[in-house]
Design a binder for this molecule. Structure first.
Ligand code: FES
Ligand SMILES: [Fe+2]
Length: 398
């Protein structure tokens, strides 16, 4: 009886770890080779305090991909997105430059825009203060007679940069230049001309699991065995997959078609992304991760882009867009191809989301412990090491 009480106390302590204890457990897995690799401790997927630490040390200092340029096709195109306690407005300005800024009115904090569309100005729905596409305050009605000077007032700007057709934001303003940070990633993707692609469709999901679970699942093919038996495993078996050694800011996995299947098996009949695909690129798809969370799958004739909005330790909004060459829209059977791909993408995503939702519940139990990783899960280890390094760099906590 005494022993049972002792065990229960230990387990309870493990489950309700302080942030300090979680950070120690996270750090303890660092510096290993792949043969000894383990996941992060389960508390790193469950704890709101650890999520807050990730926001400060991983997301705000880094580059976070928020869009593909096709979402902002012309001057005045805008969309809104909420990330890490900021409510952002992303706009293509009169000078054709894409900018992200806070969309919270300078008067009394109402959002000056919601959703997406095209605008000439942004007019606050509360008291009609007006802002131009750069966020500069144009006018404020009935403010005569108060100590108020409209000149020079502007919605707070967030550092924004565009590379290879993707729009990134850096919240704290201190990240290295994007072209330098993602130089190898960009070079590896150049031949696919991602900046020219157009969206076929987009799917949205509210995921009741940690953002890392989403990234890890995207990047490993081990789970084809059980989570996708009738879809991926049949044609792209787990055992044929591989993961690169990776670079400081990104990594890549490859999933190969079964040798017995024809070269065209992976294509759905859309124009190829490049006339210069290698023999391997006709028969494999490539999963790219730019840390912490930008995910792209390259197939011979289409591209999957996963955009996530981590909202808390166990809540992640996910948008999946599938992009294709603009010439695809001229195909007589484009609508059928698009509908079939949308159904396939939704099926695959729901297969992942079902198991990931259960996985999150498992991580929250008192019995959960770090798991052993195999070579197919190399990117899980690589992301874990990235998180270990970044979260260790923040201020110490009591
Ligand atoms: S809150 Fe925007 S004008 Fe008052
Ligand atoms: Fe999957």
């Amino acid at each position: 009886m005494a022993k049972m009480t002792l065990d229960a106390d230990l387990i309870s302590e493990h489950h309700n770890s302080s942030l300090n204890a979680i950070l120690d457990a996270v750090k303890s897995g660092a510096g290993r080779n792949l043969a000894e690799a383990e996941t992060l401790p389960p508390q790193a997927y469950v704890s709101e305090a650890f999520f807050a630490r990730e926001v400060e040390t991983v997301f705000r200092p880094g580059w976070v991909c928020v869009a593909h340029v096709s979402q902002l096709p012309q001057v005045g195109s805008y969309f809104t997105i909420d990330l890490f306690d900021e409510r952002l407005l992303v706009v293509r300005g009169k000078d054709d430059v894409i900018r992200a800024m806070s969309r919270i009115c300078l008067h009394r904090w109402a959002p000056v825009a919601e959703g997406c569309g095209t605008a000439k100005i942004f007019s606050c729905p509360f008291h009609k203060w007006a802002f131009d596409l750069d966020g500069v305050l144009l006018g404020a009605p009935l403010m005569e007679g108060v100590r108020f000077e409209a000149d020079g007032k502007r919605l707070p700007q967030i550092r924004t940069a565009t590379l290879d057709g993707f729009v990134y934001v850096n919240f704290d303003g201190g990240a290295p230049e994007l072209e330098i940070a993602l130089a190898g990633f960009s070079a590896s993707l150049a031949k696919f001309r991602l900046e020219e692609l157009q969206p076929m469709f987009e799917l949205s999901y509210e995921c009741k699991f940690n953002w890392k679970i989403m990234v890890e699942t995207f990047m490993e093919c081990y789970h084809h065995i059980a989570a996708h038996p009738e879809t991926f495993e049949r044609d792209f078996p787990a055992r044929l997959a591989s993961v690169d050694d990776g670079a400081a800011s990104w990594t890549r996995g490859t999933s190969h078609l079964r040798p017995a299947l024809a070269d065209d098996h992976l294509k759905i009949g859309l124009p190829l992304l490049s006339e210069h695909l290698t023999a391997e690129e006709h028969r494999a798809f490539y999963m790219y991760l730019a840390y912490p969370s930008q995910l792209i799958t390259i197939m011979p004739d289409r591209v999957y882009v996963f955009r996530s909005q981590p909202r808390g330790a166990a809540l992640t909004s996910l948008q999946v867009a599938v992009l294709a060459r603009p010439e695809a829209w001229e195909l007589p059977n484009y609508q059928q191809l698009c509908a079939a791909e949308k159904a396939f993408a939704d099926r695959i995503n729901l297969e992942d989301i079902a198991v990931n939702t259960l996985q999150q519940l498992g991580a929250a139990t008192r019995s959960a412990t770090p798991g052993v990783l195999n070579h197919l899960e190399k990117a899980v280890w690589q992301l874990a090491d990235y998180i270990r390094e970044k979260t260790a760099s923040g201020p110490s906590v009591d």
